[in-house]
Structures are given as C-alpha cells and as structure tokens.
Design a protein around this ligand. Structure first.
Ligand code: IVH
Length: 670
C-alpha cells in the first residue's frame, strides 16, 4: 500500500467507525455487527501502526485509551465556568422570575428548562471541526486538561461530520456522568470481591475523569450531555438554537429540555419531571432554568458568582442511606427520653446529616436496629431527618441488636414507661439537670414568657451557680446574684432583671403554656385559659370537666390533672402568683369559638366594616392563626380594597383561597 492509499484508507475508516459510533451511542441504532465493527477497528489500528505519521488525533482508536497522563496541566478557561444559584423552593423560583421580569422591564421572554445532570462539568474546545481539548471546571477560571480521558467518551465527536455547520473555533459545555447501569455493575463486581462499594455515580465519574490511565477510563464508559454552545465567531440568538445546532452537529444533547413561556409552565415542567427523572439512565438532582434569548441574557448579566439569567431548582433528595455509628439518648424537659441515631455524615437535601431522631423504643424495635447497620434516612418536613428503614443486605452477620437504655443517661435514675405508652421517662423531674434546664428554656421562649434577656448560656450559668432549680427561682434573682456571673456587667445584669420583670405582663394563656404541662401546647393553653378563665378553676377541674372542653382529649385531660396533683407544681404556681404573674384571663383575651381552628390567614388591603386589627383579633378569638406573608402553608388570604397585586398573584399561584370580608364574616358566624 502506498502512503497515499494508506492515508485515504485511514480517513475512510475513521469516518465509517465514527458514523457507527454515532448511530450506536446517540441514535441507539446498530447497522453493523460487533464482530464487523471490531474488524474495522483492528484494520485501523494496524494501518496506524504501519503509518504512524498518518495517525489522526481524532482517530476512534483513541477511544479505547492507552495514553497515560502523569500529571494534568492546568489550563485557563477562555470563558469562565460559572456556577448557578440554586434553590429548593418554588416560591423562590417565582421570585427569580420577578427579578428577570424587572431586569428586562418586560413580560416578553421565554425560558428553556433542562434537567440538572448530576455529574462533572466539562468544557471542550473544537478547532477546525476537531476536538482539541477537554478541561474540568476547576475553580471556574482554571481547570485540568483531561483531553486523553475525554476522548474515551464515545458519544462525543472527535471530529465533526459536517464542520460547515459550526464556526471554526467554538467551545461546548456539558456534564460528564457515569450511567447508573455502569455504576451498578462496578459496585456488584466490587461486592463480589469483598471490596467496599463506591459511594455514588457522581464521585465515581469525577474520580474516573482524573485517572492517569485512559485505558481504565475507557472501560468505565463515561458519557456526557452537552448543554451550552459558546463561540465568538458567530453566536446564536437563543439558547435553544445553540442546543439545536449542537444536536445537528452530532453532539449528545438530552431531548428532555423544553421551552416554557412563563413561570407556570416552568413549574409544570418541574412537577412533571419529579418522578419521571427517576427512570432516566443517570442521576439528576434538579432542573436548570435559563432565559432563552441571548440578548436578554446579556442584559440581565451576572452577579459575582452566578448568571442572573439562570437558576437551578433542586429536588429534595427523598432518601439516602448511611451507617449507624451509635445511638445516644436525649432527655427532654418533661423527662421524655428520645433516642437519636448518630450517623456517618451524609449529604441530603442541601445539608449534611449527622443525626436523626429515632422517636422511641417502639420505633427502634420496628426498625430492628443493629450496631453498624446501614440505615435509610429521609428528610420529612425538611429540617429534621428521620430513619425510615434498615438495609438488611448490608448487615454484618455478627452484629448485635440495639436495646433501649434502662437508666437515665443524665442522672442514672431508672427509667419508667407507662403501660401502652411508647415513650420512656426519667421520673426525677426535680433533680435531673436537662429536665430542670429544659423547663426553664421552655418557660423563657418567645411563645411563652418571652424573656429574651436570657439564653441557653445564661441558663447553664444560673444552674451551675445553684441560683435556679425551677422556673419560680428566676423571680428571686437579685442584682448581686447576677453581677457575680462570668460575662455580666452592670448593664447586662440590669437587662436580664428587666426582662424577667417585664414577663409579668404576659397573659394567662402564655403563662399556662410556659408552665410546660405535657401535651399542653400553645393552642391548647389558649383554649384552657379561655374556657376556665383562671388557674384555680383549671386546677380544680376534674378529668370529665376537661374532656368536655372542645378538642381536649383524654391524653391532655389526664396530663393536666396529673400536673395539678403534684404538690411541687402547686408550690411553684403559688410562688409565681405571689411574684405577680398573670393567672387570670383578662376580658380581651376571651376565646369565642373554634370556627377557625387550625386555619391560617393573611389580611391585606382596606375593608368596609372592620379595621385590619379588628379582623386579626376576630381571627385569634375564633381559634385561627395570622401569618405575615403569603406562602404555600397559608389557607386564606382575606383580600380588601387597594391590596397589592403581587400578593394576589402569589396567592393564586400557590392555590391559596382568596376570600372577601363578607366570606370571612360568614365563616365566623356559622
Ligand atoms: S448550565 C452559567 N445546565 O450544574 C450556567 N449546568 O452550578 C452554567 N449542570 O457546574 C451551567 N446540568 O456542572 C447547566 N443542564 C444544565 C446542567 C448544569 C448540570 C451542572 C454544571 C454546573 C452546575 C451549576
């Protein structure tokens, strides 16, 4: 074969193989048997060996790897790789939309929604139709040159089939990921060899991209979705046009993107993909919303870190699994013992989770926890994670079962558990430190006596110096007692005492709640205060009197009678009475009905028959709650004249009932 013939054959082979590659990896079609494909590859390899000067940098033989990168060069990005602002809340997306609208001073804009692929960001430059370089994001300004490894990604063109479609120089950006199937196969092989499993596909993709041996990289079958086209030669007018051009030129663009004409359509997209995304062959952790018009993107510009024209919405990670390192036990103010799972830290829905409540002994029994178990955790209501189950497959055979403690971890008193109750209690109410401090903490909190001059640190100091052993002791504190304490000066001492003095103005309902009677929350305290009017009538009430109060059940009634049968509690109440706290309902606090029980309201605008304050008072008197702003938790927006359109809009978007003054009056007259 002459040199010329060899060159021509090499070029033909490259084109052929890359076409089959494209059909297979992008269009899921195979027009050639595996055997024949391998034959073509072998033929190419052989010719490249014979005529090394004709070996092309874009040859598909590069895809099987072999090149070793000792250390990765650091390369500056031509266009910085910014990250996106993100949110977990749909309300914040609505706010984002408002900022876009305001920034553009127009309603005339569209969004492109895409899935947020959970992998590693990569920038790839092309020169004259040939893949030149692949660089990781790094710090956004400089990244690592991982070209040899990037070339193993089979869906990424090494040479464009029709270079005339795109400018001579351009850059594409996308997310390199490890398909779940590949990840799972690696892990089952590791398991069969007794090796520890890899944590997740994202970290594995990231680690793989930085391996020195591109042969191993090739075997790990990374893939890549492209989501951005950048060039200064001829730019596109819209983001969508960029995606379409990339796709036409043979790049792997996920077909899951959608053009949305307004934020409602964006929210629909989000809802639609929340479940559907789980069937995709890769992990996704949210969606990305981008203003479509490039001119509008430029007008909106950037903050120091993020574009103002794009944002990502993250789905709440429903659950994850991690190792149970141990169990600790917390003693609450009522003596209730809460078992807490101490976990191997794991990232879940925006935070690192180290601990999760196990609730009580029954729950521990249900979970059948063993030391060293892998547990599934979930973020219910976002803040406090809970353990939902155990991964039994991962249990070590000799692992011992966890059993509930028998003595209080704080004061060593044997624990008690009433028949039929799930919770264990430490009965040492007067002597167990966390119970004493917990009762005081509860007493001073905002919803109770609202003594904000005292915090947790001060409570610890007061306890350590033997100055308080119960809530009534707070009212005996003197200037001399406090000034002695570490960190207190004249003014801070005076503030602390003023705060205590001022708390004597709190209403009976507040005091009742502050006493910390088990199961008597704020709303129940308001009910009881409204119904009985003063502490003497309440403490004289028997079980039957109590359960006759609307919405007071057996459990509360029993707890209240038990509280008042304890002479320690009576003594404390006597003392608090002497100190001048309110133990009687004043006329204005009377509860008229529970027609609005459990319902929340926002009042906005001007009304015909009531002032806003009158409406608020009525809501409280009928058992309703007042919120300060419209949110997804709100039940009713009471809308008057001249209210702002933004509140109305938001209420409509969030499906909040919007009612008039007349509707409201009807609700409380029923
Ligand atoms: S656009 C300036 N689109 O999310 C906008 N990013 O913090 C640049 N990602 O680093 C990003 N899927 O690794 C964009 N469809 C998508 C994406 C996506 C995943 C990643 C990317 C980026 C991070 C944003």
């Amino acid at each position: 074969m002459t040199g010329e013939e060899a060159k021509r054959t090499i070029d033909e082979l490259i084109d052929k193989i890359e076409r089959y590659n494209y059909l297979y990896y992008q269009e899921s079609k195979s027009e050639i048997s595996d055997y024949d494909f391998d034959q073509l590859m072998k033929k190419l390899e052989k010719l490249e060996e014979e005529f090394p000067h004709f070996k092309q940098p874009y040859s598909p033989t590069q895809r099987v790897g072999g090149a070793i990168t000792k250390s990765f060069d650091t390369v500056e990005h031509k266009y910085p790789m910014l990250s996106l602002g993100n949110t977990y809340s749909k309300e914040e997306l609505v706010d984002f939309d408002k900022r876009v609208q305001k920034g553009l001073d127009s309603n005339d804009y569209e969004y492109i929604c895409e899935l947020k692929f959970d992998g590693v960001a990569l920038s790839i430059t092309y020169n004259k139709g040939v893949l030149e370089r692949g660089v990781t994001r790094g710090d956004g300004l400089r990244g690592d040159d991982v070209t040899n490894n990037v070339k193993t990604i089979r869906s990424l063109p090494l040479k464009l089939r029709d270079p005339s479609q795109l400018p001579g120089q351009f850059e594409v950006r996308g997310e390199v990921y490890m398909p779940l199937e590949v990840f799972n196969a690696i892990n089952s092989e590791r398991a069969s060899k007794g090796e520890t499993p890899l944590a997740n596909p994202r970290n594995t993709a990231s680690g793989t991209l930085k391996m020195q041996d591109s042969g191993i990289v090739a075997s790990r079958k990374l893939d890549c979705f492209l989501y951005a086209f950048l060039s200064d030669e001829d730019t596109v007018k819209t983001h969508e046009e960029g995606l379409k051009r990339l796709s036409k030129a043979g790049f792997n663009v996920s077909p899951t993107y959608r053009k949305c004409k307004n934020i409602d359509q964006v929210l629909e997209y989000i809802n639609e993909w929340e479940e559907k995304r789980k069937a995709l062959p890769l992990d996704t952790d949210g969606i990305v919303i981008k203003v479509n018009s490039v001119a509008q993107q430029q007008r909106l510009g950037y903050t120091a870190k993020n574009p103002r024209w794009a944002i990502s919405y993250k789905y709440k990670a429903e659950n994850t699994s991690t190792r149970l390192n141990g169990i600790t036990y917390q003693v609450g103010r009522t003596g209730a013992i809460t078992p807490v799972a101490e976990l191997e830290p794991v990232f879940l829905a925006g935070t690192t989770v180290k601990r999760a409540s196990l609730h009580n002994a029954n729950e521990m029994e249900r979970l059948d926890l063993h030391i060293g178990d892998f547990v599934f955790i979930e973020k219910g209501g976002e803040i406090i994670p809970k353990v939902t189950g155990v991964d039994r497959d991962k249990r070590q055979p000799q692992a011992s079962k966890v059993s509930f403690i028998e003595r209080c971890p704080e004061c060593n008193t044997p624990l008690e558990r009433k028949e039929g109750e799930a919770v264990h209690y430490c009965p040492n109410a007067e002597g167990c430190p966390p119970q004493i401090k917990g009762k005081i903490e509860h007493f001073i909190q905002r919803n109770a006596m609202d003594i904000n001059s005292i915090g947790e640190r001060t409570i610890n100091l007061l306890y350590e110096h033997d100055l308080v052993r119960n809530i009534a002791d707070l009212y005996d504190l003197s200037f001399e007692d406090i000034i002695e304490l570490e960190g207190f000066r004249d003014q801070s001492t005076k503030n602390l005492l003023d705060g205590i003095e001022e708390s004597k103005n709190r209403s009976f309902a507040h005091v009742l709640f502050a006493l910390g009677i088990r199961y008597v929350g704020k709303t129940v305290a308001e009910k009881l205060a409204g119904h009985f009017g003063n502490i003497d009538r309440l403490s004289d009430a028997g079980f039957d009197d109590l359960i006759n109060v609307p919405e007071i059940g057996d459990r509360i009634a029993e707890s209240v009678t038990q509280f008042f049968s304890d002479k320690n509690n009576i003594e404390i109440i006597q003392k608090l009475k002497q100190k001048g706290l309110q133990f009687e309902q004043s006329k204005s606090q009377i509860v008229k009905s529970d027609a609005l029980e459990g319902k929340s309201f926002v009042i906005s605008g001007v009304f015909e028959r009531h002032s806003r304050d009158e409406l608020k008072k009525l809501i409280k008197e009928h058992g309703g709650k007042i919120l300060s702003s419209v949110s997804g938790n709100l039940d009713y927006l009471v809308a008057g004249d001249k209210m702002g359109p933004s509140k109305l809009d938001k209420a409509r978007k969030l499906n909040v009932s919007i009612i008039s003054e007349t509707d409201f009056e009807a609700m409380i007259s029923e």
